[in-house]
Write a protein that binds this ligand. Structure first.
Ligand SMILES: NC(=O)c1ccc[n+]([C@@H]2O[C@H](COP(=O)([O-])OP(=O)(O)OC[C@H]3O[C@@H](n4cnc5c(N)ncnc54)[C@H](OP(=O)(O)O)[C@@H]3O)[C@@H](O)[C@H]2O)c1
Length: 328
């Protein structure tokens, strides 16, 4: 449960492990044994007692988010005991979910953890964010920050499927090698090896940048702005470099760099596309099944280690999607 609201960077003292009774599922509910749970950067916002697009977690209450698990008791005709489902549940061994809010998991397409990453919310964010906000065209250059994470790794691969040159920023040589050797990115920049992001970008994207898919903000984004081409699109998906800031940062304004190239900058929220999640999941599932879309999950074992897994997102411990194995 959430024990404390952090000021600045959160730490383990913000979380507490507690035992509580499991209530039987009511009509229309499922009791699910949680196999894997998802930790996501947006959850940092839920630790604040402030208005946001996701509801704040309550102090003294269990945290919740994406889970996959097995139905152990069913109060619904739609699901039987033993069915594998994914939905929004609590960080716990068992969670009660409304049957109407879950979807089935097909192990023939991918293993359970993938349903929290490439086949879950992050995959859908990449899909809609790139295709509908970034609108990549063949021959264009797409730059992705946070490229080796859950969203970024999918963005880059879909951009390649659309005939683009793709450059990713990531925080280790191992991550960059994964992007270029396994996922087909044309170039990767380890932003922890150099401060000269602009020079590195000029080498990696000699024709400038047509689509910037921003997962992180901060100095990487500062370096991308001057490289934006005429009519470039910036999809502002995440700003993890700022999530622990206590105030919105101010400083030298970058907006003049957007005038001459007439850049469009657009924030995106995956929930806006909810009406079309089914179609997106179908396409993502088909690409995963055919091997055209690769994915990787970093698994931390044990519910008690969920806080560490979450905190590790801010230091880049994960390659691909970070999940917690609760009882996998
Ligand atoms: N708008 C939406 O609807 C929506 C939906 C889902 C996710 N998001 C956002 O999209 C972004 C990616 O989410 P995700 O789930 O795919 O997470 P993720 O990329 O799997 O994990 C976060 C990654 O961010 C990088 N990072 C952390 N601090 C950084 C910093 N100061 N500067 C640069 N990179 C940093 C780390 O990788 P490195 O090793 O490369 O540093 C880390 O692995 C997040 O900002 C998230 O909030 C938005």
């Amino acid at each position: 449960m959430l024990a404390k609201r952090p000021a600045g960077e959160p730490d383990a003292s913000c979380f507490e492990l507690r035992e509580s009774e499991i209530r039987e599922p009511r009509h229309g509910e499922l009791l699910v044994r949680v196999r894997y749970l998802s930790v996501d950067p947006y959850m940092r916002g839920r630790m604040r007692d402030a208005e946001s697009y996701a509801e704040p977690w309550e102090l003294g209450e269990p945290m919740n988010g994406g889970i996959v698990g097995e139905v152990v008791e069913s109060g619904s005709d739609a699901y039987e005991v033993g069915d594998l489902v994914t939905g929004n549940g609590t960080w716990a061994d068992y969670s009660r979910l409304d049957a109407g809010d879950v979807s089935s998991v097909n192990l023939d397409v991918a293993d359970l953890p993938a349903y929290l990453g490439v086949l879950g919310m992050p995959g859908r964010t990449a899909y809609f964010g790139l295709l509908e906000v970034g609108e990549p065209k063949p021959g264009e250059t797409v730059v992705v920050s946070g490229a080796a994470g859950a969203v970024g790794s999918v963005v880059g691969q879909i951009a390649k499927m659309n005939g683009c040159r793709v450059v990713g920023f990531a925080g280790s040589d191992e991550k960059v090698a994964w992007l270029t050797d396994d996922l087909g990115f044309d170039a990767g920049i380890n932003y922890k090896r150099t401060d000269e992001y602009r020079d590195a970008l000029e080498d990696a994207a000699p024709d400038g940048v047509d689509v910037y898919f921003d997962n992180v903000g901060g100095p990487i984004t500062d370096a991308v702005f001057p490289a934006l081409n005429v009519d470039a699109r910036v999809a502002v998906c995440g700003q993890i470099a700022h999530y622990n800031d206590e105030e919105v940062p101010t400083g030298p304004r970058k907006l003049p760099q957007l005038i001459a190239p007439r850049v469009t900058v657009q924030g995106l929220l995956v929930s806006d596309f909810a009406a079309r999640f089914g179609k997106a999941s179908e396409r993502l599932g088909a690409w995963v099944a055919s091997g055209d879309l690769r994915h990787r999950e970093t698994v931390v074992d044990g519910l008690e280690n969920a806080p560490d897994a979450f905190l590790g997102l801010f230091s880049g411990e994960n390659v691909g999607k970070q999940v917690v194995n609760v009882s996998g």
